[in-house]
Design a protein around this ligand. Structure first.
Ligand code: PMP
Length: 360
């Protein structure tokens, strides 16, 4: 039988493992930071109506530049943004890949602050871009001084600041972003996949004016409860959008994706109505786990990174045996847990409380 080893794979992909968060069918799935609430029935009806209209036109290619969707996204973000500053793709993963295709590549580098989103090094490998991981300080928080010193030293082609950061939950302050921008002359991407959960902070889109190398990446996969649709987007200078048009595949956003996303954005307030409760559940989970003696890292996202597990793999397996799936990212002593519905959170707290008292 042929195996990967027998194929003339590109050298920088040899020995690499693909992205592989488990997708086990369990009752309580809290492992990939989705919004676990269903989307409202009234919005489902609207989306279906919009999809029906779109299906009637699928004998033709979709609008290659998805202008209506970009206008809708600009309206959602506000701050005077226009369609010419917006771009979208099949998940923010694809947006990030297009950024690397346009601004990375052989002889160029991508820097980020680890632990961070596990796809960044894979996207670097896939585009022959050198991956430069720089470890975060012990509390995972990035400061203007730390970030600007690092970027001055390495002068990467691209840097990604993830805020709130996956998997640590650490919020990102605007003064860290502006310091980063001023410290090097490459492309600075702020990955705001979890922004809507961080009610305490303004978006980096407020910094776009006069900063043509600043790119702000967002997604409908998290707060919008739309992960299955695959819609990520970007706000940046119109020249950046011109650059991304050079590398995107023609008609990369299907007519169905465009239609579903437009209907959802039209109903943004209903789609985002669960965000407040998810924050309540996150904070409730944080309190419960702290009381159990675990170390809960501050989070601006819909998940928590939790330390203090004597054997994280054993805890992960014990929860899975009870139908609760969380995430073991290989950070010593730590596990990552998505904040779910009130019921899911209760089940998790109950199961962890029982496991913890059995251990002690
Ligand atoms: N950025 C971060 C920080 C993420 O955690 C994720 C999803 N886990 C993504 C980007 C990609 O999400 P999507 O492709 O669904 O938009």
């Amino acid at each position: 039988m042929t195996s990967l080893k027998d194929l003339p794979l590109r050298q920088n992909l040899v020995g690499k493992t693909p992205y592989g968060a488990p997708q086990d069918p369990v009752a309580v799935s809290l492992n990939v930071n989705e919004n676990t609430h269903p989307i409202p029935e009234a919005v489902i009806t609207e989306i279906v109506a919009e999809l029906t209209r779109a299906v009637r036109g699928v004998n033709r290619y979709p609008d290659r530049d998805f202008v209506e969707l970009r206008e809708a996204l600009a309206g959602y973000l506000g701050h005077g943004l226009t369609a010419s500053q917006l771009w979208a793709a099949n998940g923010s993963n694809e947006v990030l890949q297009q950024i690397l295709q346009a601004f990375g590549g052989p002889g160029r580098s991508l820097l980020s602050f680890t632990p961070t989103y596990s796809m960044y090094p894979l996207l670097a490998d896939g585009t022959d871009t050198q991956w430069v991981p720089v470890e975060r300080p012990a509390d995972y928080a990035l400061t203007p001084d730390f970030v600007s010193e690092t970027l001055r030293l390495h002068a990467p082609s691209i840097a990604i600041l993830c805020g709130p950061n996956n998997p640590t939950g650490t919020p990102l302050d605007l003064d860290t972003i502006t310091a980063a921008y001023d410290a090097f002359d490459g492309i600075l991407v702020v990955d705001e996949a979890y922004h809507e959960f961080d009610a305490e902070r303004e978006s980096a889109v407020t910094l776009l004016q006069g900063r043509p190398r600043l790119l702000v990446s967002r997604t409908m996969s998290k707060a919008f409860a739309f992960a299955g649709v695959r819609l990520g987007y970007l706000a940046a200078d119109p020249a950046v959008v011109d650059a991304l048009k050079l590398v995107r595949l023609p008609y990369h956003l299907s007519a169905l994706t465009q239609a579903a996303a437009m209907a959802a954005i039209r109903h943004a307030s209903e789609m985002l109505a669960t965000v407040a409760d998810i924050r309540v559940q996150r904070d409730r989970l944080a309190r419960a786990l702290s009381e159990l003696g675990y170390l809960v890292h501050p989070s601006g996202a819909n998940f928590l990174l939790v330390g203090g597990f004597a054997n994280p793999t054993a805890t992960f397996e014990a929860l899975l045996a009870e139908g609760i799936l969380i995430r073991d990212l290989g950070i010593p002593g730590h596990l990552r847990i998505t904040a779910g519905t009130e019921n899911e959170t209760t089940m998790l707290i109950t199961a962890l409380t029982a496991l913890t008292s059995a251990e002690r």
